[in-house]
Unconditional design. Structure first.
Lengths: 110, 113
């Protein structure tokens, strides 16, 4: 059974600081998705990583994928309050369906 | 482009009652998903449709949950009878095909008393 883990589950950080969220998964997969969810809202797609070594950046967020290590990272640079949300990674291995991680609840403090 | 529409947005029912949720995906999206998101957890896939056929319903509790997608467009998810543990947000998502990015609707928040 595919398992997707995220670390940390809760993150409180100061504005202007950098931090990395980790997503580990247990089965080979060549694509990984990152989503953002604001409280009481639905999920918004952030990144789709399609191959080993893929790196994508949007604003203060940068995501990367290492399929050999079964690891994706979401790096936050110079955090601002607007980034406060829950971040989910999701994996869809070949022949299987989407499995989401438990989410990382990020709180950026002034 | 209009997003994924869901209704109702909120529903409160008593246990053993029935409830139905409706989803209208983005126009042209062949793949439609229903997810259950319990508070504090990630979404869990209940069922996936490709056009009007079921691709994966392995995690759908079929003794009480049912879903259909008539004509390959709109979809309904029904729970009959509801249990307390069904309290969750039910999210509908659609994508162009099964490998593409999913676009999520606003969700239906269900509370079973």
């Amino acid at each position: 059974e595919l398992k997707v883990e995220q670390n940390p589950l809760f993150l409180s950080m100061q504005e202007g600081k950098n931090y990395t969220i980790y997503c580990n998964y247990s089965t080979t997969s060549d694509r990984l998705y990152w989503y953002r969810q604001d409280p009481g809202k639905s999920l918004e797609s952030l990144f789709v990583l399609l191959s080993n070594g893929a790196v994508k950046q949007e604003g203060r967020l940068m995501a990367s994928l290492d399929t050999k290590a079964r690891l994706s990272t979401l790096h936050i640079t110079a955090a601002v309050h607007d980034l406060s949300a829950t971040y989910f990674c999701a994996v869809r291995p070949w022949g299987q369906n989407f499995v989401f991680g438990p989410g990382t609840r990020l709180s950026v403090l002034p | 482009e209009a997003g994924v529409a869901q209704s109702p947005r909120y529903k409160i029912i008593e246990k053993r009652q029935s409830v139905a949720f409706w989803c209208n995906p983005i126009s042209g999206h062949a793949t439609l998903y229903w997810y259950q998101q319990i508070l504090g957890q990630g979404p869990k896939l209940l069922i996936q449709f490709q056009n009007n056929g079921v691709v994966d319903d392995s995690q759908l509790p079929k003794d009480r949950f049912s879903a259909e997608r008539l004509k390959g467009v709109d979809s309904t998810l029904k729970i009959q009878p509801a249990k307390l543990e069904d309290s969750a947000v039910y999210l509908c998502a659609s994508s162009l095909d099964s490998k593409e990015t999913q676009y999520f609707g606003p969700g239906t928040r269900l509370l079973v008393l």
